[in-house]
Structure formats: structure tokens, C-alpha cells
Design a protein around this ligand. Structure first.
Ligand code: CO8
Length: 259
């Protein structure tokens, strides 16, 4: 059987591809757990600086949870399914390395929710994004009702969730749901370009920045700023801080050792 999650290394950038193109890369429980295993491995792999998440083929990033697997699911089963998927999506969000979603087509339901866990979302011009669960008589369960309003605001998130309508990549860019939109054929090159730029930085600084952003934005401003100050202080104890500051003073490019 073909693997549903592929990992390809491009130097120190890992490209993770959800690979169920015949089912629009919809994610069933096995695919979700394979994704979790891949991300857990990459999180601790010393050869990996940045992760790009995308979907196989040209039509879909991830068109949602596998609807065909929903027929037998009862109330408790649905809850368990949501909690399992949420724990994998949390792994993506808390991964110590930057994760870029390259949204190459439909990102619907669980696919939109997966993109929401990534640090940066880039989209192809033809991509369509949405939370269509209401059309199936259910609600988003992989974090969509929580992360979407936090990202785009409650009003716009409510509109997307209540109407179940897909939005275009251009609209998603306008409301801050994606950072940038590129021509379809350019998306992966642009994602890689950004990943390579990020991969040149100190991994220690990236990791601490991500911790400050992901955890700090869930705190009130005072606590968040105090948390930031702690991590800022911690970054001063790294060899990379010494190297970065010395390189600036000596007018040369820093050579970070990621410690
Ligand atoms: N689940 C399962 N199969 C899917 C899914 C999906 N989410 N999306 C597409 N497919 C399958 C189709 O059934 C079809 O298979 P087949 O060839 O065997 O009939 C194949 O992919 C191609 O799809 P279409 O023929 O429909 O292609 P179109 O280009 O006409 O349309 C769309 C593409 C617009 C993406 C359309 O397929 C669609 O609307 N898909 C459903 C999108 C959706 O509603 N997503 C949200 C799902 S719900 C969710 O994510 C919440 C969690 C669910 C829990 C799951 C528990 C296991």
C-alpha cells in the first residue's frame, strides 16, 4: 500500500506531503497518526531546520477528514476522533521548528484546521479554503472553532463556519488567513525560498521565538511580555547569541551552531 504521508528532504528543509490524491488528500485516522509520527520524528531530527506541509497532486492540500469513515462513528467515537486529531495538530503547532503550509488546492474542514496549526500559510492562486462541516450536519472538531477566530477574528470566522462556503486564496490573504498568494506553479518554489531563508537563522533563536509566539499569545499581555522577557534572557545564554553579535561587530555573516 502506498504511504499516505511522504517526507522528502531538500537540504535541511523537510517537505511533508499528505498523499491520498484519489481522495483529495482527505485524512483518515491512519493518515493522521502517520502525520503525527512524521512530525514527532522531524521535531527531534538534527538535520531538519524547517518543515513544509503540502498535499500531493495539484487539486488538494487536504480536503478534510475522510467523510467516508464518518458513517459508523457515534458520539463518543466522534469525540475520541476529534481528540486524537487535535493531539496530532497540537504537535504541529508546538513543533520546535517552523512549519510552513503550502496550500496547493482545497484546504477544507480538517485541511483548513491543519493549515491553521502551521506557523505560516502560503497559498496557490487557485486554492480554496473553508470549514464546510455544517453542510454535513456537524461542526469543526480539529480546532477550527478555536484557531480560526483567533487568526481572522470572530466575525469573519463565524461567517466561514456558519455558511460553510469556501473562500478564494485572494480573499484569504486579505483577511490574514494566508500570508501570501502565488501563481499555482510557483507555490512550492516560493515556499522553499522562504524555508531556506528561515533555515539560515539560529535554530535556537527560531525555537525560542516560536515558543514565545505560540504560548505567549494565549496569555494576557502582561504575562506574555514577562514570558517573552524570560525567553529573551534565555537566548542570551546561547552560543548563537555570541556568534550573531560577534559577526555583526566583525562585519561578517554569522555561522550559527544552533546551540
Ligand atoms: N473525504 C473522503 N473523500 C473525499 C473527500 C473527503 N473529505 N473529499 C473528496 N473526496 C473524494 C470524493 O469522494 C471522490 O472520490 P470518488 O472518486 O471515489 O468518488 C474524490 O475524492 C474526488 O472528489 P470529487 O469527485 O468530489 O472532486 P471535485 O473536484 O468534484 O470536488 C471537493 C472536490 C470540492 C473537494 C469535493 O470533493 C468536496 O466537497 N469534498 C468534501 C469537502 C468537505 O466537506 N470537507 C470537510 C470534511 S469534514 C471534516 O473535515 C471534519 C472531520 C471529519 C472526521 C472524519 C472522521 C474519520
Amino acid at each position: 500500500m502506498e504511504e499516505t504521508v511522504l517526507v522528502e528532504m531538500k537540504d535541511d528543509v523537510a517537505v511533508v506531503t499528505i498523499n491520498r490524491p484519489k481522495a483529495m488528500n482527505s485524512i483518515d485516522p491512519d493518515t493522521i497518526s502517520a502525520l503525527g509520527e512524521a512530525v514527532a520524528d522531524l521535531a527531534v531530527d538534527p538535520d531538519v531546520s524547517v518543515i513544509i506541509l503540502t498535499g500531493a497532486g495539484e487539486k488538494a492540500f487536504v480536503a478534510g477528514g475522510d467523510i467516508k469513515g464518518m458513517t459508523e462513528l457515534d458520539g463518543m467515537g466522534g469525540r475520541e476522533m476529534a481528540l486524537d486529531a487535535q493531539s496530532v495538530f497540537n504537535l504541529v503547532e508546538k513543533c520546535p521548528k517552523p512549519v510552513i503550509a503550502a496550500i496547493n488546492g482545497y484546504a477544507l474542514g480538517g485541511g483548513c484546521e491543519l493549515a491553521l496549526c502551521c506557523d505560516i500559510r502560503l497559498a496557490a492562486k487557485s486554492a480554496k479554503i473553508g470549514q464546510p462541516e455544517v453542510n454535513l450536519g456537524i461542526i469543526p472538531g480539529f480546532g477550527g472553532t478555536q484557531r480560526l477566530p483567533r487568526l481572522v477574528g470572530r466575525g469573519l470566522a463565524s461567517e466561514m463556519i456558519f455558511t460553510g462556503e469556501m473562500v478564494t486564496a485572494e480573499y484569504a490573504e486579505r483577511i490574514g488567513l494566508v500570508n501570501h498568494v502565488y501563481e499555482d506553479g510557483e507555490l512550492m518554489d516560493k515556499a522553499l525560498e522562504m524555508a531556506v531563508k528561515i533555515a539560515e537563522k539560529s535554530r535556537t533563536a527560531l525555537k525560542l521565538s516560536k515558543e514565545a509566539i505560540v504560548n505567549g499569545t494565549e496569555m494576557d499581555l502582561d504575562k506574555g511580555c514577562l514570558y517573552e522577557a524570560d525567553l529573551f534572557g534565555l537566548s542570551f545564554s546561547s552560543a548563537d547569541k555570541k556568534e550573531g553579535v560577534s559577526a555583526f561587530i566583525e562585519k561578517r555573516k554569522p555561522e550559527f551552531k544552533d546551540v
